[in-house]
Ligand binder design. Structure first.
Ligand code: GDP
Ligand code: MG
Length: 757
């Protein structure tokens, strides 16, 4: 099968093109550096199938970043049949800089002039025919987003890969062309492949090249010495870069005619004056974040209920009323909550039918119980959240697609640089809001080992979608206990956990991970309207992923938990029939119960340990099952709570009902809210799910990972404890702040005495 590689600058549309050609759903984001590893897919729409590889985005073929090395080595070693070079026409010169380097390799090339839709809309023109003549390889106008020109692109690629192509350089008229020619001849003599490319890199003193061909370096030095008079003291790399740009602007740029002449403030620049403003930037970011959580979790949308003092719903019997209650009850619910309610109603109805079906088939009480209390409560607890999770992800994707998230990295860089992190590290962190796994893989692009370690450790603090049920259910319960809007609680939780991230970065930077902050250079992509199709593909992909997880990992876990809570160590079945219903009042004697009670005291500093009565182990167990998948926290809690409360409990009310039964501090469950907030904080900051742990381990040097695990455990216990203590006794905040300041000074003093070598 033919193999084509897609190469181009970051954010030039490679992944969009790749998805469009192969029908894949790889992540597309309007910021540089989303694809960090190569990705393969198959193009089937042509006469014969072609394997396509999406390479990470690069600005050059010099080994400055890991992406550049990956892409360069792929083309040199794997020898694709053709390189499809994607050029973002809205940034023609900079994109062609990479093109001039790929042209030097002995590989067939086709150039895809992407974003042609944008150019045409602006009224600019580009003469592809003229450019093709000048460059000497096929040039095709495409729009990866709209899908235009793609079949022509592939047809021409299939055409050119039939003939061999020799590398060509634009450095021919340059004053070192003789030097390059001599080195190339020497390399050809050694039968080295891609002699022109290697020759130019050797002349540039390219690090990777010097390592690869140490024996040739001497020859090159000799040649250089020969030209010494002319070249004495010149930086050859700069000279070559300059020659490339000069050639591009002299020969290639004229093929494009711009409607507007000179530099004008583009629309993007104008928007940026506000959004990335030194003072307004952060407040705007927080406001957007708040709006996002209000839309997803707000129980009183736009505070209409409060403002207009709306009446509560007069609930009649019947399903019509409960449908209305999904939208309104004394306040209009926000879209996220409505989606949650509707999904809850749906799962409740469907599962209700299922139970009556099973009962009518004459299944035994035990079967009904395992399905009803074990499986269904666990699954529906998680399933109801799927639309709400997807809704939140949709807002995040829109923010990412428009290009706003790239600005966030930029704004945050300005502030957090002095605390020891660069804006580049925020890209994986913000990606962590979706799922930690791709975020952890993305840290590969962080060249500085220390910065990478710190980023890997803090990614779980940017809560992924799977943690949302914990947040929504528990903060919903707290909201109903103390009468604060659920959206506000969720928002504060996210902010609190991000503050924890900042504090732990500070702590690491001044202790185990001391060092300089790496520079951060990122080109801000222009603002774009998000593409509806791409958004839907992305969301569908996520929805599928969550539903798959519900019916695999979570299903198995809930069954295991049902078994462990209904059998004792001596394998005695603990359920008994009372008033014709199967209940388990001896749950504390179960296997899970006894393990839970054993570990329960560990959580005393966090408020959900020994303070609670013997049922309180449910919290501890739920936190532990979360290590398998974070959704398990709520499904476990739901299933166990149902067992304790003896019957079906809807998530939110269930929690406060169950709390009353766990509480031995006071009679009122209200007293438990600080512990519940600490429970959220603990789950948001502790060891992430297995899959994320594996991803993080893969990105960590051998033997170092144990420290990261330890970090998560310590950080989550400290964060949870502080939360509980301060919320229970507000004045302790002063003691804790004083303690932090004291420790801070002590570390500063120590570091001054022991400067980094
Ligand atoms: P990559 O970094 O090169 O993989 O680029 P992506 O495929 O992630 O795309 C970057 C951004 O450009 C996304 O917001 C895309 O929606 C957008 N984009 C890609 N191709 C086109 C195009 O042909 N026209 C327009 N208008 N936008 C595009
Ligand atoms: Mg990409």
């Amino acid at each position: 099968m033919l193999k084509f590689a897609l190469a181009g600058n970051p954010n030039s549309g490679k992944t969009t093109l790749f998805n469009n050609l192969t029908g894949s759903t790889a992540h597309v984001g309007n910021w540089p550096g989303v694809t960090v590893d190569k990705r393969e897919g198959i193009y089937k729409k042509g006469t014969k199938p072609v394997s396509l590889v999406d390479l990470p985005g690069i600005y050059s073929l010099s080994p400055y970043t890991p992406e550049e090395v990956i892409s360069r080595n792929f083309i040199l070693d794997e020898k694709p049949d053709c390189v499809i070079n994607i050029v973002d026409v809205t940034n023609l010169e900079r994109n062609l800089y990479l093109t001039t380097q790929i042209l030097e390799m002995d590989v067939p090339i086709v150039i895809a002039l992407n974003m042609i839709d944008v150019v045409e809309k602006q009224g600019d023109k580009i003469d592809a025919k003229a450019l093709e003549k000048k460059i000497g390889v096929p040039v095709v106008k495409v729009s990866a987003l709209k899908g235009t020109g793609l079949s022509e692109l592939m047809a021409r690629a299939i055409e050119v890969c039939k003939t061999k192509r020799m590398g060509k350089t634009v450095l021919e008229d340059c004053k070192i062309s003789h030097l390059i020619g001599d080195v190339k001849l020497a390399l050809e003599g050694q039968e080295i492949e891609n002699p022109l490319f290697h020759a130019i890199k050797l002349v540039e003193n390219d690090e990777l090249e010097i390592q690869m061909h140490p024996q040739t370096v001497k020859t090159v030095e000799l040649f250089k010495a020969h030209f010494n008079d002319e070249l004495f003291g010149t930086d050859l790399e700069a000279l070559i870069a300059d020659a490339r740009y000069k050639y591009i602007s002299k020969h290639f740029s004229p093929t494009m005619t711009k409607k507007q002449k000179g530099i004008v403030d583009t629309k993007s620049d104008k928007i940026d004056k506000v959004l990335t403003n030194k003072w307004a930037g952060i407040p705007i970011f927080l406001a957007i974040l708040f709006a996002m959580f209000h839309l997803t979790f707000g129980e009183d949308f736009l505070y209409l209920g409060k403002i207009f003092n709306l009446p509560a719903l007069d609930m009649g019997e019947g399903s019509g009323a409960s449908l209305v209650a999904c939208f309104y009850d004394g306040a209009v619910f926000s879209p996220g909550v409505i989606l949650f309610n509707l999904m809850g109603l749906l799962t409740e109805t469907v599962f209700g039918w299922l139970i009556s079906l099973i009962e009518s088939l004459g299944a035994s009480q035990v079967i009904v119980s395992i399905i009803g209390d074990g499986v269904i409560i666990g699954l529906s607890g998680v399933l109801s959240f799927v639309p709400q999770i997807v809704f939140l992800l949709m807002i995040l994707s829109i923010l990412e697609d428009t290009g706003y998230m790239a600005r966030v990295a930029f704004i945050l860089d300005r502030i957090f640089r002095r605390f020891g992190v660069s804006g580049r590290a925020f890209i994986p962190m913000i990606m962590g809001f979706g799922c930690s796994i791709p975020a952890m893989i993305n840290t590969r692009t962080l060249a500085d080992e220390r910065e990478k370690t710190m980023t890997l450790r803090t990614i779980p603090f940017f809560s992924c979608g799977a943690k949302l049920p914990i947040l929504a259910a528990v903060s919903g319960a707290v909201a109903s206990l103390i009468g604060i809007d659920g959206g506000l609680i969720s928002f504060s939780m996210y902010v609190l956990v991000m503050v924890t991230a900042v504090i732990s970065i500070l702590a690491m930077r001044s202790t185990t991970q001391r060092g300089e902050v790496s520079p951060f250079i990122m080109e801000l992509p222009s603002y774009r309207l998000p593409s509806f199709n791409a958004l839907m593909i992305h969301l569908w992909d996520k929805t599928k992923h969550y539903i798959q997880k519900v019916f695999t990992v979570i299903l198995v876990s809930t069954i295991a938990i049902w078994l462990l809570t209904n059998f004792s160590w001596s394998w005695e079945f603990l359920m008994q029939e009372i008033d014709g219903e199967m209940v388990n009042i001896r749950i504390n004697e179960s296997i899970l119960g006894s393990i839970g009670m054993f570990i329960q005291p560990l959580f005393t500093p966090l408020g959900f340990g020994a303070q609670l009565n013997s049922n309180g182990w449910v919290f501890a167990v739920a936190a532990i099952t979360g290590l398998i998948a974070k959704e398990n926290v709520i499904s476990t809690f739901g299933a166990l709570a149902a067992c304790i409360a003896g019957g079906m409990v809807a998530t939110e009310e269930g929690i406060s009902e169950v709390l009353a039964m766990m509480n031995s501090v006071t009679a009122s469950p209200t007293a438990l809210w600080p512990a519940m907030i600490a429970f959220i904080v603990f789950n948001m900051t502790t060891i992430p799910c297995f899959a994320a742990v594996a991803a993080a381990k893969g990105e960590t040097p051998k033997g170092k990972f144990k420290w990261t695990l330890l970090f998560w455990i310590v950080a989550s216990f400290i964060a949870g404890t502080i939360t509980y203590v301060v919320l229970s006794w507000w004045w302790t905040a002063f003691i804790i702040i004083a303690l932090f300041v004291l420790i801070g000074f002590a570390i500063k003093f120590y570091n001054k005495k022991h400067p980094i070598k």
